[in-house]
Ligand binder design. Structure first.
Ligand code: PLP
Length: 345
């Protein structure tokens, strides 16, 4: 009889999107004609000038261990991007950690913040990995239920109902996967109020910031008053630059947190890939028209799908403001008969 393996990992299910994406690949490999909507995966290839920068780095011999927390060129590009796009001016190189994907940045940020039993507020519905990530860091996910019939709106009142003396972190994702909501000025103010009032850290996952429609505006929580010392901004290249396979993301925030996250990274992932970071620097410093062009196509598709939903009796789908578009569709309650009637989430 062998000794039992880690009980925690046996309690946490694998990521359903990762599982579904693999199912899509398997069906394709078996010759089925599949359009996989399983993951937040742009169907565009990475823009040519970014690919060229990655190639050039490999050809120039940039294939050795890179600096663990980001190359100087990429750190500089991130600092500049935060200033010009996000109005975040307090970030120096030591406030940043470049990671193999934003997913790892989220995980490492939680590792840097949580002690066992600390509670983490998740604005629910939230991205599938937030809850399991908190559990894997031995924290307690506390789901704040946002109502679909109230457009998943966030208010200070609602958030405060779930704050306890054990609450340490709030995870925020705007534009949001899966709801498609972009937080308004008033909702950002509510989050800032609750975080500062109750001395909470905030992980602000801004990976969909560029995928935004109908003139909605993205506010970075790191730029808000009183938030610099308590906010870790997480971002990456997967969505805006169609770079999911390059595995490149980053976190930026207080040195007290990034310093601990850096310890975590040196003993685990070590760094992002060297040539991937060269491509990332090219993405941030190069022409941005490619991002706008891809978003314009997503917008056309969004409209097509929204119009199609509109034609189905009993289905209501409010305009999707940003990020993904899977979950705002819901059937009128009175029309939900039978167990599979809801298309929710
Ligand atoms: C909300 C959200 N955050 C983070 C990520 C992770 O992105 P990355 O590919 O950089 O790890 C995703 C990917 O689907 C996401 O939807």
């Amino acid at each position: 009889m062998m000794k039992p393996l880690a009980s925690l990992l046996q309690e946490v299910p694998p990521s359903p999107t990762t599982t579904m994406m693999q199912r899509g690949r398997d069906l394709k490999a078996a010759g089925k004609d599949v359009v996989s909507l399983a993951g937040g995966e742009p169907d565009f290839d990475t823009p040519a000038h970014i690919v060229a920068a990655g190639y050039a780095a490999i050809e120039a011999g940039d294939t050795h261990y890179p600096p663990s927390f980001g190359t100087p060129a990429l750190l500089k590009a991130i600092i500049e991007k935060l200033k010009t796009e996000n109005n975040v001016h307090h970030i120096a190189p030591e406030n940043i950690m470049v990671t193999p994907g934003a997913k790892w940045a989220l995980f490492a940020a939680l590792a840097a913040m949580l002690d066992p039993g600390d509670e983490v507020l998740l604005l629910d519905p939230s991205w599938v990995s937030y809850g399991p990530m908190v559990s894997l860091q031995r924290g307690v996910p506390v789901r704040v239920p946002l109502a679909s019939d109230n457009q998943f709106k966030v208010s200070a009142d609602l958030l405060e109902r779930y704050v306890t003396p054990k609450t340490k972190v709030m995870m925020v994702n705007s534009p949001n996967n899966p709801t498609g909501r972009v937080l308004t000025r008033a909702e950002i103010d509510a989050i800032v109020y609750v975080a500062t009032q109750h001395d909470l850290y905030v992980i602000s996952d801004e990976i969909y910031e560029h995928i935004i429609y109908d003139g909605h505006r993205h506010y970075s929580l790191g730029a808000e008053p009183g938030m610099a010392e308590r906010t870790i901004i997480v971002n990456g290249f997967s969505k805006a630059y169609a770079m999911t396979g390059w595995r490149l993301g980053w976190m930026a925030g207080p040195k007290a947190i990034t310093g601990l996250a850096r310890i975590y990274q040196t003993h685990s992932a070590q760094s992002a890939a060297s040539f991937t970071m060269a491509a990332g620097a090219a993405a941030l410093t190069g022409p941005q028209a490619c991002v706008k062009e891809m978003v314009a196509v997503y917008d056309q598709r969004r409209k097509l799908v929204l119009d199609a939903f509109d034609e189905i009796p009993g289905i209501e789908c409010p305009p999707v403001e940003g990020a993904s578009m899977s979950s705002q569709v819901h059937q009128h309650e009175e029309e939900q008969s039978g167990s599979d009637a809801g298309i929710d989430r």
